[in-house]
Every structure is written in C-alpha cells, then in structure tokens.
Write a protein that binds this ligand. Structure first.
Ligand code: ADP
Ligand code: MG
Length: 739
C-alpha cells in the first residue's frame, strides 16, 4: 500500500524536521539504500539496516538487481517512479507498506561533478507511530470521558465566546443539550444586569489572566442557578485561541449558607431576648458568654465574668458545687440535663429556686468544647405550688368528708372525680362512673333540663342550680338538688365543672307533709269548733221537730224528710270532727249499687236543673264490701256533685261500678271542663276550689275517707275533655279492724 507522497519543502539536510512526532521515533528500526541508473534500469547498489531483514529481503536478491526484480509489480512501479525523480535531482518522502510493515522513505540525489550520480534513500519503520496514534486516540477518548464524567461543568469558548466543547455536567447545569450549547455563546446565560461584567471577565481571560468568579446564570427552564467558575486562556503557539472554563454549581451551598446565616441570626436573637438566663462556658479557657436575662436575674454582668479559673460560675452556691460538677461531667461526655430543680445565687447573695438545663456544644472535630446552661427562676412557681398543694389538701378533706355529693365532670359528661359520699347518697361506689357518662344515671325526663342548665352555665360562665332525679343502687329515684360551677381554665370556654349535690327526697317529703298537715290541723281545729257549735242547735231543732211531728195532722212525709236531712247534717258534722280527732269507724257489709242509687236520687234535682243526664252501669254479681256506708255515700255525693258542676251548660255523667282483681271500682266520668295537669297534685288539699260557692273541702274529705278504707282515688283528666275519678275499695272477706 502506498500513501502520502509529498515533497520536502527544502532540499538537503532537512530530512529529520519533517514533523514533530518523528523525533519521537528516532530510535525506530531503519535502513539506508543507494541506487544508480543504468540505461533505462534502476539498479540497487547498496542496501543496509535492520529494516532490510524485516522487509523479508535477501542480499543476493537485491544488490545489483533491477527494481523490477526486487519488489512486487505495483511496488516496483511506484518505487521506480520515486527513484527516477530522485535521480533527476528531486528530494522527496513517501509512506508505503512492505511485508506488512508501514514505513517512511526519504530519498534524494547525490551529486558528483554537478550531475546526479546516484540516489540515496533512508527508510524508517512506522509501526510504532501507528501505535502511538492509536494511543493518542485512546488518550483523547480518555480525556473526553474524563471530561464527560466530571461532575463539574467543563467547557471551552472560542474568541467569540462561542462554546467549542461542553461536557454532560454543562447540559445538566443549563438544561440545554450538547448540540444546542455548541451553537450558542455564553451571552444568553448571563443575567441582564451582569452581562457587562461577564464580558469584562471573558476579555480578561483572553488577555491571559486566569481567575475565579461567581455569578447567577439562567437555566433553560426559566429558573436560575448560582455558580462559581474559573476561566483560563487556551494558548496554542503563543497565541490565545479561546478560554477554558471550569464551573461549580453552588446553588444548594449558597442556600444552605443563607439558611445557616438566618438560623444563626435567629438563635442569637432568641438568646438575646430570652427571659431565661443563658450562659455558655468554654471548657478550655473558661471564657463565658451570658445573655441580658442572665445579667438581670443574677446581677452579674458579662464584663464581671472574665478571668474565671473554673467552669463553675459564681452563681453556683457553695452547697451546690458538687451537684453542679456532677451535672457538668454528664454534659462533658455528651449527655443532656433537663429541668433539674436546684438553687442558684444572685450577686447579692439571694438564693433562687431555678429549673436548670445543660447541653454540650461541639467543636469542629466532634468534641465537647463548651457547655450551655439555661436556668429559669421558679421561686414564685414554687411558692404557688406550695399554696396550691395546701389548698388542694383542704378541698380534698372537705370533699372526702362531706355528706353532700361533690363531683368534677367535663362537658361531655365524663366524671373526673366524685366524692365517696356517693356511696351514702346513691348507694354505689364512685368507680362505677368509670368509662360511663353521667347522663346515663339521670331520669330520662330530667336530661333535657340538665342539658339546658349546663348550656346556660357554659354561656354565662356562672353557676347554675337544677334538680335532677338519679337512680339509686336499689332501683328507686333520688331527687338531687345540684349546683354546677364552671371551672375556669386558660381558654374562654370552660371544659369541666364542679357539681355539689344534695338529696332532696327526704326534704321534699317532709315539706309536703308539713304543708298538708299544717292545713289539716287548721282545718281540724276549725271543724271541731264549728261542729261542736252546730251540733247543739241541731239537737234542739231535732227535738222540737219530733215534738211537732207527734202532734201534726197531714204532711207527715215532710217531717220524715226534715228529720233525715237533720241526721245527715249531724253525720256530716260528725265527719268534720273525725278530721280533727280519729273516731272509731263502724264497718258494715254494704251493697254499693244500692248506695249509689240513693246518691243519684239525692242529686237528681240538681242534675235536671243544669241539664245533666246521669247514666249508671253496674257489673252483675258485684260483691258487697265492708265499709262505713255513710262515709262512702258522702264520697260518692262529692264525686257526682263535682261532675255535675264541671258541666254548667249540661252534658252527661257516666257512673260505672265494676270489680277488678281484689277491688271494687266506682268511676265517675264526666265530659266537663277538666283539670289542668299542674293542678292534679294539689287536688285533695283543703280550700283549693275554682268555684264561686265552693269550699274546697270535698275532695279532701274524700281522700281522708278512702284512705281510712285502705282504698285509692285515681284521677284522669284533660282540660276541656273531661275527668274520670275512680274510687278503688278493697274487697275484704272479714270485717276489717277499725282504725
Ligand atoms: P269544691 O267542689 O267545693 O270546689 P272540691 O274539693 O270538691 O271542692 O273540689 C276542688 C276542686 O277540684 C274544684 O273546685 C274543681 O276545680 C276541681 N274538681 C273536682 N272535681 C272536678 C271535676 N269532676 N271536673 C273538673 N274539676 C273538678
Ligand atoms: Mg265539691
């Protein structure tokens, strides 16, 4: 193979200056040769050197032989032409390959007496150069990969500021691809206000100065990055042909630095403004830094705390030095001390209760270089705690020993505390409230009322009072009178309250009894007085009537009626007296049906006058009952009279007589004005009447009588619809003992 024939620019001895790398192959294998021209043939006259053998040539086949005889045809033709030119006076070089060995030949004429007598040639082995070239290519690739894999952006710019090389890191930094970058200058990356500076820096580098700069550049996505970069001139043959740059993305670093700076400022400000005393003692030189709060609390100023000879500050009292030493040893070994309550001394010698926290401060190499101490004056807090403890103890004693019920409940009804008196009042252990809501212990009818009271308490933040029925362990209801007081806390809204409750059941009963017995005794006295006064005139009237009757002629019936009515007055008066003092009752077996018929006949006239119809129904086979018949008659009269009077404009009254279980029930059903619900409990109290000429004594006497018969009066009534009074009387087999 033949390549690269080129003329040597200068004649003569310039052979070894062909190209710089040939110096590098001076130790290569070589050979020399001479040839002459004989007629038209070129004859090899001399051939010597290491290369000769490598070419696979043999002396006897070369010397004095024609070129055509030595080399293969193609090579021979080429060589003949080259040698011919040399023999004609030309100096030249060419590259070729023989026997697999690349070689370079330089050949030139040798003059004798002004004419070319022969040609002289020199061959060198080029195999090494090929290897070097391969090596060069490899090292270039290595450089390329080194550049590409460098984490820092590397680039070169030509004299116009255009990118000529960029590595991968450049594409990451800018967001542009390699091809895009290689068509750009650095200009679009510069922030507008920094362009002039950038151009100056670039020109400075072109002048041969290598320097480091910092700038904010624009990313393809519109964002910015902070970089540092060094520009170095590229000098080839004493000429600057461009600039080489190494950049570093310092965005994260700068941000971290900024954050660090801000944190440091913040920390300093916190320390400066903290109301806790803060001191930092260095372990090597015992230098101290304290904050204004330290100076204020302990009275020692920063300036007075120089020249310390130990890390124990003068605020540590004598008796706490050992403790302080112990704590500091912990911290020196990297431990922390939190909220230790101890004593510290002010400059004037006042002892303060403080809460102390210590922590280590680390140096660059991770060793503890200083200790920080934060202390808070808790003298006041301590005093308050003591007072609180005392008052808590006081309240605890009260709560544990009271017979009233004391409890603390949150707004959801969870019981936080309840006094032991709960056992006394409601019969169960306070632990029964655990995990339950207090509402569950209330009578369901009372829950809305209690909820309203508690809402009012929350809104007004004032105590409220309410009554509530609570279930006793034995199943009955206990009426409690409760006071709920909101517990003040930090927020506006209280979240719990204290209840103090007391049993009202007994009180209610007593009150009721007092109220009724009061009226009864008044009435009793009145009745006894009146009855006595009436009885005497009645006795004389009855006597005279009987006298008149014995002499009368005609109208005998009237005397009979008058006498029986006077007897009735007498017995009524007697009953009045019965209220005042108990009397023996004369029980007889009575047929109530007959008794009722008699009652209806008495009131018939009144009924007709007010346009009222009376209907009477009776079950067959009704047993007779033991009773004081006059008294029961009086009850029935009262009942029927009230029913008639409830219907001033007329209507109907139904009277039913029936047996139920062990009772006979007489019901008086009217369709009159009815009784308001709230009045029902007061029926039976004396002097309660809604009638103009009423006495308000009727029902009271009825109750008394029925009670004496061990019976019951049940009232059902609805306003404007009517009332039913049912009188239940027990059926006894034998005559009951009078009471
Ligand atoms: P008086 O009949 O003298 O008023 P009572 O003791 O018999 O006294 O009755 C008391 C009150 O009870 C009456 O005034 C009336 O208001 C009410 N009352 C009793 N029975 C009835 C009834 N059947 N319907 C409506 N109200 C009644
Ligand atoms: Mg009446």
């Amino acid at each position: 193979m033949v390549h690269n024939a080129s003329a040597i620019p200068e004649k003569g001895d310039a052979l070894w200056r062909l190209s710089p790398f040939q110096k590098g192959i001076s130790r290569q294998k070589s050979m020399t040769f001479r040839c002459i021209k004989q007629d038209k043939d070129i004859i090899m006259t001399e051939s010597e050197g290491e290369l000769f053998d490598l070419f696979g040539l043999k002396r006897e086949n070369v010397l004095q032989k024609r070129i055509e005889e030595i080399f293969p045809k193609e090579m021979a033709d080429f060589k003949k032409e080259m040698y011919e030119r040399a023999l004609n006076g030309e100096s030249l070089t060419y590259e070729a390959e023989l026997n697999g060995i690349p070689f370079l030949t330089a050949i030139g004429p040798i003059y004798k007496d002004g004419t070319v007598s022969e040609a002289y040639g020199f061959c060198v082995d080029l195999s090494e150069r090929v290897a070097v070239e391969t090596q060069l290519a490899e090292s270039e690739q290595r450089f390329r990969s080194l550049m590409d894999h460098n984490i820092d952006p590397l680039f070169s710019l030509d004299l116009d500021g255009k990118f000529t090389t960029v590595n991968k890191a450049c594409t990451v930094l800018t967001g542009y691809s390699e091809t895009e970058l290689l068509n750009m200058t650095f200009d679009p990356f510069m922030m507008p206000d920094r362009k002039a500076i950038a151009i100056d820096q670039f020109n400075d580098a072109l002048k041969g100065n290598s320097k480091m700069h910092e700038a904010r550049i624009r990313h393809k996505n519109g964002g910015t990055r902070q970089i540092t970069f060094t520009l170095t001139p590229i000098i080839v043959l004493n000429k600057v042909i461009g600039v080489f740059g190494i950049a570093k993305d310092v965005t994260a670093k700068r941000e971290a630095e900024k954050e660090l700076r801000e944190t440091k400022d913040l920390l300093e400000s916190v320390i400066y403004h903290s109301s806790d005393a803060i001191s930092v003692v260095h372990l090597t030189d015992f230098s101290v830094k304290v904050n204004p709060a330290f100076e204020f609390i302990y009275g020692w100023s920063q300036d007075e705390l120089t020249n310390l000879t130990s890390h124990i500050l003068p605020v540590v009292p004598e008796d706490k030095v050992a403790e302080s030493d112990r704590l500091m040893t912990i911290v020196k070994h990297g431990g922390y001390v939190k909220g230790v309550e101890t004593i510290r001394l002010t400059k004037c010698g006042k002892r303060l209760n403080v809460s102390l926290s210590l922590s280590p401060i680390y140096g660059e190499n991770g060793e503890v270089v200083a200790l920080s101490a934060i202390s808070r004056d808790i003298t006041d807090k301590k005093l308050k705690e003591k007072a609180l403890k005392e008052s808590e103890e006081k309240y605890r004693i009260i709560a544990e020993n009271t017979t009233d019920l004391i409890g603390v409940v949150d707004l959801d009804g969870n019981v936080k505390y309840v006094s032991p008196s709960n056992r006394l009042l409601l019969g169960f252990d306070p632990s029964l409230y655990d995990g339950k809501k207090i509402q569950g212990f209330f009578h369901s009818d009372d829950r809305p009322k209690v909820r309203m009271a508690i809402n009012e308490m929350v809104q007004t933040q004032k105590p409220v009072k309410f009554e509530v029925r609570c279930k006793h362990a034995h199943g009955h209801w206990v009426t409690l009178e409760a006071n709920a007081t909101p517990i003040a806390n930090d927020t506006d809204q209280p979240d719990s309250f204290v209840v103090v409750a007391r049993d009202l059941t007994e009180r209610k009963k007593t009150e009721e009894m007092l109220r009724k017995s009061d009226k009864l005794s008044v009435l009793g006295q009145l009745a006894a007085g009146v009855a006595h006064e009436i009885r005497n005139p009645l006795t004389s009237i009855r006597g005279f009537l009987q006298l008149l009757q014995s002499r009368a002629s005609g109208n005998e019936d009237y005397y009979e009626i008058m006498l029986s009515e006077i007897d009735r007055i007498n017995s009524i008066v007697g009953e009045f007296m019965l209220l005042a003092k108990p009397q023996a009752m004369n029980f007889t077996q009575t047929d109530l049906r007959q008794l009722l018929r008699h009652v209806i006949s008495i009131l018939d006239t009144q009924a007709i006058l007010t346009n009222v119809q009376i209907y009477f129904e009776c079950e067959p086979d009704l047993p007779e009952i033991w009773c004081v018949d006059n008294q029961i008659k009086q009850v029935f009269v009262n009942m029927l009279k009230n029913a008639i009077e409830a219907m001033p404009t007329g209507g109907s009254v139904h009277i039913q007589l029936k047996k139920q279980d062990n009772h006979v029930i007489a019901s008086f059903i009217d369709h009159g004005c009815g009784i308001p619900e709230e009045r029902l409990p007061t029926l039976g109290e004396p002097f309660y009447t809604t009638k103009e000429k009423g006495t308000g004594l009727g029902l009271m006497i009825c109750y008394k009588i029925i009670e004496n018969h061990h019976g019951k009066i049940v009232i059902n009534s609805k306003v404007d619809e009517g009332s039913t009074f049912s009188i239940m009387l027990p059926i006894h087999k034998n005559k009951p003992l009078s009471s």
